[in-house]
Design a protein. Structure first.
Length: 443
């Protein structure tokens, strides 16, 4: 299998990978979805289960995906074809490529809203508006198909421009610029939120577990959120792992990415929870939380237009470094399996996702449906598949050898084997069963 090496590529350094991997993981999932789900499921108790999920279930899957990618140096389909030729395992890779299309389609629509909101906040459209007026602006914005599709198109176009540059001078270069910028803006927003009068109530909700508001549904939601947030289950980390050098330490790279992602999600909670309570708003208001509730918050703050613009710039940055990692999966599939040049592969993946996103752009209901199918079910099935493949088919001694490349002292074979063979598959199966038995828990 000879692939045009110039069209694949490698990260220039371990730091380059860590920033790109964290760029993928940190996205709308952290800054919009994490605080809203935390609000819905009782605050601190949800956060606790989320942290346990990341540590006990997701980290093992992330190591599995990175090892598979680096071992075969291919996209997800190429990985399963390479390690289990002639078996149906390749369908797990194909599911990932299709999921990449599905997620990128609606993700780009929401990301497009952030562009519209950068303009709206910067041009002072919310200034002096009543809460009803602000809700009205949101509703008329999302029900203006021309505007929403235009924003979706612009966002997808930016994503494609970055991906044209390839691994090193596209994904890695932009992640290195954008990730530190994101962290700086987030620190500013958190500092402002924490100093709002009345912030304490939000902090208490966020930090003091109240298990009376918590249920089995919350556990399931926390696990699902962890997969989405860490970009697991569709082959993003397989693909990013395929650009890693054999010299790099996979264990510490994965721990870095997971820690950065978790830190930023927790920080986003600090930015949003106190603000919601300081202004006596509803933490359970769902997709509208950021777009409907926060402009009220910014309005009530001196210099709010600037603060609000900064916030939506932050959201757009987080979204673009994630979206590139989603579109990169089908693109890498075309480059490796169809031998396409990178530009053509990115064009097909990006334009395809743009077209697939049009129904989500015109219907919030359809957007929610895409999120449920691709952002939930597909990822859960995909993560289960990866764990079973690595634990039972590829085998613990093979992944152990891969983990020892660049980390010869790695001695966690037994414990890792236990997690990837038993803990993850059992927990994920339980999640899947609950997901089917209690669908209402996910709305
Ligand atoms: N993790 C990103 C976020 O939190 C989204 C994302 C990027 C993703 N790549 C993924 C989600 C792969 C699932 C699978 O916004």
């Amino acid at each position: 299998m000879s692939v045009n090496a110039g069209d694949r590529g490698v990260w220039s350094s371990k730091l380059g990978f860590i920033l790109a991997g964290a760029g993928s993981a940190v996205g709308l999932g952290n800054i919009w979805r994490f605080p809203t789900t935390t609000g819905k499921y009782g605050g601190a108790a949800f956060v606790l289960v989320y942290l346990l999920s990341v540590g006990l279930i997701c980290l093992a899957v992330m190591l599995a995906e990175l090892s598979l990618g680096r071992n075969v140096q291919r996209n997800p389909v190429g990985v399963y074809k390479g390690l289990a030729p002639g078996t149906p395992w390749k369908w797990l890779g194909i599911l990932g490529v299709i999921t990449g299309w599905g997620i990128s389609s609606f993700y780009s629509v929401i990301a497009g809203w952030t562009l519209g909101y950068i303009y709206k906040t910067a041009s002072g459209q919310f200034t002096g508006q009543s809460p009803e007026g602000i809700a009205q602006i949101f509703n008329s914005f999302v029900s203006n198909p021309v505007l929403v599709i235009a924003c979706h198109a612009i966002f997808m176009f930016i994503t494609m421009l970055i991906l044209f540059g390839g691994v090193k001078s596209g994904i890695e270069k932009w992640s290195k610029i954008l990730m530190p910028l994101l962290i700086v803006i987030l620190i500013l927003v958190v500092a402002r939120a924490l100093t709002l009068p009345g912030a304490e109530k939000g902090l208490e909700f966020y930090l003091k577990p109240d298990f009376s508001k918590f249920s089995g549904e919350g556990v399931v939601a926390a696990m699902g959120q962890a997969f989405f947030s860490l970009s697991l289950g569709m082959g993003t980390m397989i693909t990013y792992g395929s650009y890693l050098s054999k010299k790099d330490n996979l264990v510490s790279s994965a721990v870095w990415v997971a820690s950065l992602d978790t830190t930023i999600a927790i920080m986003a909670g600090f930015a949003i929870m106190p603000a919601i309570y300081a202004f006596d708003l509803d933490p359970t208001s769902g997709p509208g939380l950021i777009f409907v509730v926060l402009p009220n918050v910014f309005n009530a703050i001196p210099g709010g237009a600037l603060f609000g613009t900064g916030f939506f710039v932050l959201l757009a940055i987080a979204a673009v470094t994630s979206l590139i990692s989603i579109v990169e999966v089908p693109a890498a599939y075309f480059i490796d399996e169809m031998r396409m040049p990178r530009k053509k592969a990115v064009m097909i993946a990006g334009v395809g996702a743009f077209i697939a996103g049009i129904p989500a752009a015109v219907s919030l209901q359809f957007l929610g449906l895409m999120d449920t199918i691709f952002g939930q079910y597909s990822l859960i099935i995909g993560s289960l598949g990866v764990a079973v493949f690595v634990g039972w088919k590829w085998g613990i001694s093979k992944i152990n050898a891969e983990l020892q490349e660049g980390n010869p002292n790695f001695s966690g074979q037994k414990i890792y084997g236990f997690f990837i063979r038993f803990v993850t598959p059992i927990a994920v199966t339980a999640l899947l069963v609950c997901r089917i038995l209690f669908p209402d828990a996910f709305n």
